[in-house]
Design a protein around this ligand. Structure first.
Ligand code: ZN
Length: 183
């Protein structure tokens, strides 16, 4: 950030009085511009034994497969964001959402949240951010062509849990070594 979004004057980086972290501060209008993590919400849409994946039409990771997910918007709930992203990326309707994975990605200041969900029907299609959308059996999951480590991790857990049919809510942190690059 170079300029204050409130008054347009240049901002500087310093620790405000009473704070402990460096912030962007506008000394003209005294606004402190706090920056906080973003939430990425998505679904793991299931149809019988199959899982729905989308092949990305946009960067980052264009051409790689992902679960439908994206940045939460102001004014919506996490579950609404997960449904909206599934509709936007896969033109798919999902029911019975169950919170499943919360993965902290602190090195890029994101939290990824995935719900297990049932596809309502077989009406799905590539949305504008997808090249194609397809149902996969476990044996056909393109593990080496998955877009993000949080997607890989969510699918790994899902197939491990499917053996027992128990799906505990998981909360994990993604180590930087599994790398999602800052974009
Ligand atoms: Zn200002």
């Amino acid at each position: 950030m170079k300029f204050c979004s409130h008054c347009g004057n240049p901002v500087i980086q310093r620790i405000p009085e009473g704070d402990s972290r460096v912030r962007f501060v506008c000394d003209h209008c005294q606004t402190i511009h706090y920056q906080n993590p973003n939430i990425v919400a998505g679904c793991l849409p299931v149809w019988g034994t199959k899982v729905l994946l989308c092949r990305r039409a946009i960067e980052p990771r264009l051409g790689f497969w992902t679960l439908p997910a994206g940045f939460m918007e102001n004014g919506e709930t996490v579950e609404q964001a997960a449904r909206r992203e599934t509709d936007e990326e896969a033109c798919a309707t999902v029911n019975n959402l169950s919170l499943y994975m919360m993965i902290d990605v602190p090195h890029i200041s994101q939290v990824h949240v995935f719900y297990r969900a049932e596809l309502a029907n077989l009406q799905f299609a590539a949305g504008i951010e997808s090249l194609e959308v397809q149902l996969f059996e476990e044996a056909d999951i393109p593990w080496s062509e998955l877009a993000f480590p949080t997607v890989s991790r969510t699918l790994e857990c899902y197939y491990a849990d499917r053996i027992t049919q128990l799906y505990p809510v998981r909360s994990e942190a993604l180590p930087p070594s599994r790398g999602i690059k800052k974009t």
